[in-house]
Ligand binder design. Sequence first.
Ligand SMILES: N[C@@H](CCC(=O)N[C@@H](CS)C(=O)NCC(=O)O)C(=O)O
Length: 230
Amino acid sequence: MKRILYDLAGADPNLRFSPYCWRTKLALAHKGLDYETVPWRMTEKDVIAFAGQGRVPVLVDGERTVSDSWAIATYLEQAYPDRPSLFGGPAATVVTRFVNTWADTTLHGGIIRLIVSDIARIVHDSDREYFRQSREQRFGMPLEQVTAGRDERVRAVRESLLPLRHIVSTQPYLAGDEPAYADYIVFGTFQWARCVSAFELLDREDAVAAWRERMLDRFGGLARRAPCAA
Ligand SMILES: N[C@@H](CCC(=O)N[C@@H](CS)C(=O)NCC(=O)O)C(=O)O
C-alpha cells in the first residue's frame, strides 16, 4: 500500500520547510510507517484539490486522504494502534491538543515575525509573488519591516519559551523520557525556522537548544539531515 505525503518545498525541491509537514513526517517516523513525499508549492492548489482544501500536509494512505497535521496525527493514532502511541492515552491527547494550539498561535506567531522575510527568499519562483502578497496583507507591511529589529525582539520570544524550558530542563522531552507528538509539534516550528533562516532563535546555553539538538538526532537524524537554506 502506497503512502504519500504532499510536502511543502522551496525553490530547491529538497528544501522542505513546512512546520506542519514536519510534525507529520516525525509522526510517521514515530509510528515506523514508510512514505514517499511529493514536493508541493503553495500555488499548486490544483494538485491537492482532491483533498478538498489548499494546504499541506495532505496524507494519502492507501484509500484514505487526510489533511491538516492534527487530523493526520489523530488518524495515524487510530489507524495504527499497534504502533507506538503518538499521544500516550486519551488524557495526554487533550494536553497535546493544547500544545498544538499553543504552537500554532503563540509560538508560531512569535517566530514568524523573526523569519518571514527569509522565507520570501527561499520559496519557488512560482510562489514568490503569492507568498509576499498574502503575508504582507496579513501583517499590513512589507516583510522586511516585519522582521526589522529582530536582534532585539528575539529576547521576548526566548522569554515566551519559559514553560517549555522548565519542562525540558527536568526531563529529556516534553512527553517524558522519550519524545511523542507534543515534541514533534513544537520541534516542527523550530525546524521550519532552521530550514529557512540562519537567524539563531536560541541561546546556545538554553535548555531548549539542547532539546532541539536531541530532536535533530531522533530517527537517525531525520531532521538534521534535511537540507536547509544557506
Ligand atoms: N492547520 C494546518 C495548517 C497547514 C498550513 O497552513 N500549511 C501551509 C504550509 S506551512 C500551507 O499549505 N500554506 C499554503 C498557503 O499559504 O497558501 C495544519 O496543521 O496542517
